[in-house]
Design a protein around this ligand. Structure first.
Ligand code: NAD
Ligand code: ZN
Length: 262
């Protein structure tokens, strides 16, 4: 075993000990947790997203200008998602929820629905879901199978165009879900920050919120555990860094946590 693997093993053991002490746990996940399922992450560095300018395919202005381009992009993502499955990282998080029950919240920036497919129950989708549409007229929300739409989808009730029920750039987050997410962050004893570059706000601000704790309740800040391939904008808040693939690190962490005490 090389020294860095040894370090990672030690850090996983330390992280498991923190989780063992915890009463409330919150998780923040990003695109990285789905990478090993074959879902492309977001390429902020070159300003392109699967070959498109982000503003063209993921903003309200882009949709107004060219709804067909936006729907072509989302239909392609939906077709890809219909083929992928949760990976061991998703399953490990579902197992973690079994241990903490009501005292567990999984806050995700992902829109792919893979956490729920893996069995996670309390999932707060702060950026919406690619499995749903929202009517641009009457705002009705509907679930859909992931088959691509042959035509631009329209509302059966009011005839207006449907859009993906996804939070785009320049849009506000769904208020109720965001409130639940900030409460879960402020009240948790341990937060796992998994597979997110922590550059998209306000999602990324959940990490400093957890770190600060809950002033009104006189609750101390949480222990932050980061799981990522490499350090990120969130690393300055992290007490423990587990740098490796989430599909490998998370199952090891949950296995050690669930070992009976010696
Ligand atoms: P991001 O693409 O900006 O960052 C991905 C992070 O995951 C990086 O820090 C990378 O180092 C890490 N990573 C990659 N593979 C990993 C692995 N196997 N194990 C652990 N870490 C790994 O993603 P983001 O921070 O979630 O921000 C992207 C935005 O785009 C979000 O707002 C999200 O809504 C959206 N998005 C969603 C999906 C999805 O639903 N699966 C995919 C792409 C983008
Ligand atoms: Zn409608």
């Amino acid at each position: 075993m090389n020294p860095s693997e040894n370090d990672l093993d030690q850090a996983i053991t330390t992280a498991a000990a923190e989780l063992k002490k915890a009463n409330r746990v919150a998780i923040l996940t990003g695109a990285g947790v789905s990478a090993e399922s074959g879902v492309p992450t977001f390429r902020a560095s070159d300003g392109l997203w699967e070959g498109h300018h982000i503003e063209d395919v993921a903003s309200p202005d882009g949709f107004r200008r060219d709804p067909k381009l936006v729907w072509d992009f989302y239909n392609a993502r939906r077709a890809n998602l219909a083929k992928v499955k949760p990976n061991p990282g998703h399953f490990a998080l579902a197992k973690l929820e079994e241990r903490f029950g009501d005292h567990f919240a999984l806050i995700t920036q992902n829109v792919d629905g893979l956490h729920q497919l893996a069995g996670s129950i309390n999932v707060l989708e702060i950026h919406g879901s690619i499995h749903r549409t929202r009517c641009t007229g009457c705002r009705r929300i509907q679930h859909h199978e992931l088959e691509p739409f042959a035509e631009l989808p329209e509302c059966e009730k009011c005839g207006a165009m449907l859009r993906p029920d996804i939070v785009w750039f320049h849009e506000a987050l769904p208020q109720g879900i965001w409130q639940e997410a900030t409460a879960a962050a402020a009240l948790c004893d341990v937060m796992l920050v998994v597979g997110t570059s922590a550059v998209v706000h306000p999602a990324a601000s959940l990490v400093p919120i957890a770190r600060r704790g809950h002033i009104a309740d006189d609750k101390e800040g949480s222990t932050i555990i980061e799981i990522n391939l490499a350090k990120t904008e969130a690393s300055e808040f992290a007490d423990i860094g587990l740098y490796g693939k989430s599909g490998e690190v998370l199952p090891r962490l949950v296995e050690i946590l669930n070992e009976p005490d010696a």
